[in-house]
Design a protein around this ligand. Structure first.
Ligand code: C2E
Ligand code: MG
Ligand code: MG
Ligand code: MG
Length: 280
């Protein structure tokens, strides 16, 4: 069909991709159909404010219920479509679904911001900006949407990236830098980019309790971020002890299995009600 033809047209195959198993190759070809057949769904995971213990916002994480392969995690397909126009379609879909959830929650008196993972490249697409601008004009609460961009996507031209980010911030969208600590050797860009938050990668949180180097890195990252007026989220918090260490270090927010795994909307609401009842 037409969508499949378009995909072939836009896909850029790298030698690396060719070396991938045919399973992954077929996965990419299944994506156009997947969107129209409603095979994607979102899970939500909360970020907890470590000063108030309240849920501060949630992150939308995509899942693919593949007809043959079952549940496919985003790491198995997102990177393959980031060079195709389908990343545009999928990201729009994620944003629309997230806005639906924000509105549903407003109806039951839950005020919630939702963070969406967005490849930096996509911000350059005029059509993507227009899509958000139109949503705003039609009254959608896009000021409750945050974008998470990954450190690996940052290029050297920080001035261009800054103005790009500012353009979206003018619409009311806030920005977090995802996977902090995994992609860059210099911190100077932190000072130059108009970000709101950094998310320290799980890699550094995992062994926080036992590894002195990791805990030093986390503590310094928090201090540097605060000097630059950025809030800090710790990713991948799985236990109480790590949480306590992060609180002592002055970390602002935590996200991880310790609170809950990412879950579908209905399950999230159940979790949220139970959590807030126990954390008044
Ligand atoms: P991310 O944005 O850094 O998201 C955090 C990942 O860590 C999620 O994996 C989440 O399930 C996982 N996680 C959260 N807490 C814990 C924990 O305590 N322990 C462990 N071991 N893992 C934890 P997930 O959902 O598989 O997503 C992986 C990556 O795929 C994301 O990393 C993000 O880069 C990408 N991704 C997910 N959804 C989307 C999307 O809608 N669009 C785009 N462009 N990328 C997405
Ligand atoms: Mg993220
Ligand atoms: Mg991350
Ligand atoms: Mg990641």
């Amino acid at each position: 069909d037409l969508a499949a033809k378009n995909l072939k047209h836009y896909l850029i195959f790298t030698p690396e991709m060719e070396r991938e198993s045919s399973a992954n190759f077929n996965l990419v070809n299944d994506i156009p159909k997947a969107l129209s057949r409603n095979e994607f769904f979102l899970c939500y995971q909360p970020k907890i404010d470590l000063f108030t213990n309240q849920v501060s916002s949630i992150e939308a994480l995509i899942r693919w219920n593949h007809p043959r392969l079952g549940l496919v995690p985003p790491n198995d397909f997102i990177e393959y479509i980031e060079t195709t126009t389908f990343i545009d379609d999928i990201t729009r879909w994620v944003i629309k679904k997230s806005l639906d959830s924000i509105i549903l929650m407003e109806k039951i008196n839950i005020q919630m911001d939702i963070a969406v993972n967005v490849p930096l490249k996509l911000l350059e697409h005029e059509k993507f900006f227009d899509f958000l601008s139109d949503l705003k004009s039609s009254g959608k609460p896009i000021n409750k949407i945050q974008f998470e961009i990954i450190e690996r996507d940052l290029v050297k031209d920080f001035e261009a990236t800054s103005s790009l980010i500012l353009k979206y911030k003018d619409l009311g969208i806030r920005f977090a830098l995802d996977d902090f600590g995994t992609g860059y050797s210099t911190l100077s860009y932190l000072q130059q980019l108009p970000l709101d938050k950094i998310k320290i990668d799980r890699l550094f949180i995992k062994n926080l309790k036992t590894d002195k180097k990791d805990s030093d890195i986390v503590k310094s990252s928090i201090d540097i971020a605060h000097i630059l007026n950025l809030k800090v989220v710790a990713e991948g918090v799985e236990d109480r002890k790590s949480l306590d260490i992060l609180k002592k270090m002055g970390c602002d927010f935590a996200q991880g299995y310790y609170f809950t795994k990412p879950v579908v909307y209905e399950k999230f609401i159940d979790w949220y009600k139970n959590y807030t009842e126990n954390h008044q």
